[in-house]
Design a protein around this ligand. Structure first.
Ligand code: SAH
Ligand code: SF4
Ligand code: F3S
Length: 436
């Protein structure tokens, strides 16, 4: 019998790509491939790509350049490109980089095993009528007690800077019964926490009993699954935080007090130019309503600085918004013009100005993050252990508020929920001792 074939996957971009990579690994697993971390051992290399900013896209081409000697030495090595660059650039990738055997888009990857079996260059960037999830094998590749679960894909919002509506297509929600089935399956394999994923997850409207369900209703139903201790969701648009979802933050104990709610800018003028369809006051109102039902909720956001037309006054509004909200954590990016998006037509902000703004914003965000972590010292929190720590007698996991916590606990088990007391705060994590 010959050895199993080996698959090496590199994932770029967002959590949805992480989830998709797991599912592609499972699909190829059913075709006899096992995963390897050593690219030189691989029979197939799959790059699951991101198109969101120019740098993210360009990484693909530098990585492909690095694969060339491997492919020259072993022409039977299969090289596949999946994800959002595959969707955006399609067959163009093979023209630019003929070493690529397979190009497969995010909606077509259930066909990857067939594409890998075929000979000659293969491109599949369709949005097929069938649901890819119905054609994928059961979940196998779990990474401990936490799991991602895609419930919604695509986006109809068309923010002026963003490629997602083009690379992922229009909004589609998975049916409730499939999500419940996948969740029960995950829980039976030791998962205690699921993060529901979608490019616009709170716009979820999947088919369920009696019609389309909202995300709030789905979360209430998931909270009934025995053994599932924690639920999170990302990423949300401020306009889709409906009453029931906000109420769920107050009355579903499994729903964790942490919400990623990207605002992008604190300036109404720029929000309008970005086609965000909400004002800064709309955003404050959503935050206030969630804090009213769950006062300890921590928020995080994404910001873009240097959007075309952004002035110093606009940027000052962003800093002001950050100060008013007080984030647990946030991600900020320098605007990157993306081909085919409306904003790409507009004259850019001077690079040095955008760089300076990014530094200033990141310094403020970091200050808030550090102060928030410092404030946890002395408090009791619950941690879900994800793995053993690097030091002997130490476990590592996340708190309800998504802080990474290192706990002194010689007898802790992966998958356990432990009560701990925070004793110190470091750059990106907390240290704690177990109390029960
Ligand atoms: N709703 C999505 C957002 C994906 S993009 C989700 O599920 O995560 C993630 C973040 O990238 C956005 O919130 C935005 O802040 C940033 N981003 C998107 N397009 C960008 C661009 N053209 N330049 C810089 N940053 C961008
Ligand atoms: Fe992109 Fe805006 Fe959709 Fe988020 S809501 S994926 S930023 S278009
Ligand atoms: Fe990137 Fe596509 Fe995700 S562009 S952020 S991989 S949806």
């Amino acid at each position: 019998m010959s050895d199993a074939k080996k698959l090496f996957i590199k994932t770029y971009g967002c959590q949805m790509n992480v989830y998709d990579s797991e599912r592609m690994a499972e699909a190829m697993g059913a075709d006899g491939y096992t995963l390897t971390d050593v690219v030189e051992d691989a029979d197939m290399v799959l790059l699951n790509t991101c198109h969101i900013r120019e740098k993210a896209s360009e990484k693909l081409f530098s990585d492909l350049g690095r694969l060339r000697p491997l492919k020259d030495a072993r022409p039977d090595l299969k090289i596949g490109v999946a994800g959002c660059v595959a969707q955006a650039e399609g067959a163009e990738i093979q023209r630019r980089m003929p070493l690529v055997d397979i190009v497969v888009g995010p909606q077509a990857y259930h066909r990857l095993p067939a594409l890998a079996r075929a000979t000659g260059p293969q491109v599949d960037t369709e949005f097929p009528a069938e649901d890819k999830f119905d054609h994928l094998p059961e979940r196998r590749a779990l990474r401990g007690p936490t799991a991602f679960l895609t419930v919604q894909e695509g986006c109809d919002k068309f923010c002026a800077f963003c490629v997602v509506p083009y690379t992922r297509g229009s909004e589609v929600s998975r049916p409730v019964d499939r999500i419940l089935r996948e969740t029960r399956d995950l829980v039976s394999r030791g998962v205690r926490e699921v993060t529901l994923l979608g490019q616009n997850v709170n716009g979820y409207h999947g088919a369920g009993e009696g019609g389309a369900w909202t995300l709030g209703r789905l979360i209430r139903s998931l909270a009934q699954v025995e053994g599932l201790e924690r639920v999170r969701y990302m990423t949300s648009h401020p306009n889709d935080m409906d009453d029931d979802l906000i109420a769920a933050h107050g009355d579903v104990p499994q729903l964790m007090p942490y919400l990623h709610l990207p605002v992008q800018s604190g300036s109404d003028r720029i929000l309008k130019a970005m086609n965000r369809k909400h004002t800064r006051d709309d955003y404050f109102r959503v935050i206030d309503r969630i804090r009213a039902v769950r006062p300890d909720t921590l928020f995080s956001s994404d910001f873009i600085v240097g959007f075309p037309g952004e002035t110093d006054a606009d940027f000052a509004d962003t800093l002001d918004l950050v100060r008013r909200v007080g984030y647990g954590q946030s991600y900020s990016f320098k605007y990157s013009a993306r081909p085919g998006t409306p904003a790409a037509e507009k004259p850019p902000v001077e690079a040095a100005v955008a760089d300076r703004r990014l530094q200033e914003l990141q310094a403020l965000i970091l200050d808030q993050q550090r102060a928030g972590q410092e404030a946890m010292v002395g408090r009791e929190v619950t941690v879900l252990y994800e793995k053993a720590g690097r030091q002997p007698g130490q476990m590592v996991g996340k708190s309800d508020h998504l802080h990474a916590v290192h706990v002194d606990d010689a007898t802790g088990q992966v998958g356990e929920l432990a009560r701990v007391r925070v004793v110190a705060s470091a750059a990106n994590s907390l240290s704690a001792v177990r109390i029960s």
